[in-house]
Design a protein around this ligand. Structure first.
Ligand code: PSZ
Length: 459
């Protein structure tokens, strides 16, 4: 059973954490590790560390735990005969899928397929989902540019083996300043949030559009924010016009989650969808971090109420599996053009099905909305009282954030909170992000608020 309050026996990280990470560092780079966890003792919204501390976890493995630790439904699904077979025999899903794979997809991912998208490509992680989504978009673009012919010229065949156009074409994916789409070569070329992610790695010369920098509280800066969004849309349209002849797609997150929790209005995204349609450019929505309930909708982009759905929606993290939804036109003309050995994992598809069923059975979207309103409703007065330390309270559902005046202060706040038993993380230069489980309740918010205020009083 979940504890009522955090348990703190030592500093975090404690001595056992430090010793275990030292051992680990002999085998792989453990410098980014914050503490060593004990997942057998973690429960619900609380993560246990190697020193027996129990922290209220508002970070959830970088926003990738949906139902809390050791949820009974996950435990039950993990012991089914179907799971045992899946655990014992990992299939190469592209060539010899289990006879039940279509049923498994239907019961899991397809039961929450975004409106208008009836196809799914299953992948390995968020970066892989975006990489293969980009490939699908670019192959569609080239197929269209060839007039729908699926025959390649001798020149294309010869030049692609030298990584030269036209076989290896100069085709682009446009992303937004502040974006994070992954760290593999293609996804990294669209990531625009931290130099340390990109330094030393070759990148494609692809266009980067401005993402609105909104001012808070929203109700106070309505005119300024509308102007800022109009400015960004204008520049985005100008960029699309300039790159049109080689632009396969635009990729965007509903909330820029690594760039410092940057939001934009539903109007902004509807206008972006209009522009991509006007210029016949595909729209890819990256729901790797915002997807699976945290926004209060299963998919955050549902809030945009688009009259034409995005062409591709990528997912990972809370789904415990990765991939992208798309329409039939985005299937490559030839088989095996988008492919890898495993193409996902039946083990994680069974977990995804369990998560989706539990979100429904336990009305977790309603809980996310109610708990999110409660959290934001209490953060706003705190940001007035402690306006020197925190500001820009924002969020959708429990996908919330606050800003500190400096990176140093943000880091100090996160570290002090951890030593008060609250596990949180930063994003961007000076943002503290809330990435709790979908099972977060008001009682957990109260545990956070008490400790948050005592930390703020120490600064
Ligand atoms: C919107 C969005 N798109 C793609 C990705 C990449 O997913 P992974 O490759 O990490 O599974 C992510 C991953 N998020 C993430 C958080 S910290 C981090 C890192 O590599 O430092 C990565 C994401 O937030």
């Amino acid at each position: 059973v979940e504890p009522d309050l955090p348990v703190l026996n030592t500093d975090v990280p404690g001595p056992l954490s430090i010793a275990r990470l030292k051992d680990l560092d002999k085998l792989q780079d453990a410098r980014a590790a914050i503490f060593a966890a004990d997942y057998s003792k973690s429960i619900g919204n609380y993560i246990a560390d190697a020193d027996g501390n129990m922290l209220l976890d508002l970070y959830a493995q970088i926003s990738s735990i949906p139902l809390g630790y050791n949820h009974p439904a996950i435990f039950k699904a993990s012991q089914s005969p179907e799971m045992l077979t899946a655990l014992a025999n990992r299939p190469s899903l592209g060539v010899m899928p289990p006879a039940s794979w279509a049923d498994t997809l239907q019961r899991s991912f397809m039961s929450v397929a975004p409106k208008g998208l009836d196809q799914i490509f299953t992948a390995m992680c968020g970066s892989c989902a975006n990489e293969t989504a980009y490939k699908a978009a670019i192959m569609y673009f080239c197929h269209k540019r060839r007039g729908g012919s699926s025959d390649f010229s001798d020149l294309e065949v010869e030049t692609c083996m030298r990584n030269q156009p036209p076989g290896s074409p100069d085709v682009a994916i446009m992303s937004f300043a502040g974006a994070f789409h992954g760290r593999m070569f293609g996804s990294l070329s669209t990531t625009r949030s931290k130099p340390i992610h990109k330094l030393d790695i070759p990148a494609y010369n692809w266009p980067c559009a401005p993402f609105p920098q909104l001012r808070y509280p929203l109700e106070k800066y309505e005119a300024e924010n509308q102007e800022e969004e109009a400015r960004c849309l204008e520049q985005t349209e100008a960029l699309i016009r300039k790159w049109k002849d080689k632009l396969a797609a635009v990729v965007i997150e509903p909330v820029q989650s690594e760039g410092g929790d940057r939001h934009a209005s539903n109007h902004f995204f509807r206008e972006l969808r209009r522009i991509t349609k006007d210029y016949d450019v595909l729209m890819i929505v990256d729901e790797v971090q915002t997807g699976v309930g945290a926004s209060g909708k299963f998919w955050a982009h549902e809030m945009w109420d688009l009259d034409t759905p995005p062409d591709i929606v990528t997912f990972s993290k809370k789904m415990q599996a990765a991939g992208f939804y798309h329409s039939a036109k985005l299937r490559a003309a030839h088989p095996m053009r988008n492919f890898n050995t495993w193409l996902g994992d039946p083990v994680r598809a069974i977990h995804a099905q369990t998560i989706i069923e539990t979100i429904h059975n336990e009305n977790l979207l309603d809980r996310v909305n109610e708990t999110g309103r409660y959290l934001l409703g209490h953060l706003r007065p705190l940001s007035v009282r402690y306006h020197r330390l925190i500001g820009n309270v924002r969020g959708i559902g429990t996908f919330a954030a606050i800003d500190c005046p400096t990176t140093e202060l943000r880091n100090e706040l996160v570290s002090l909170l951890r030593n008060e038993g609250i596990n949180m993380g930063g994003s961007g230069e000076r943002t503290i992000r809330f990435r709790p489980m979908l099972t977060l309740e008001k009682k957990h918010v109260n545990v956070f608020l008490t400790r948050f205020e005592s930390v703020l009083n120490k600064l």
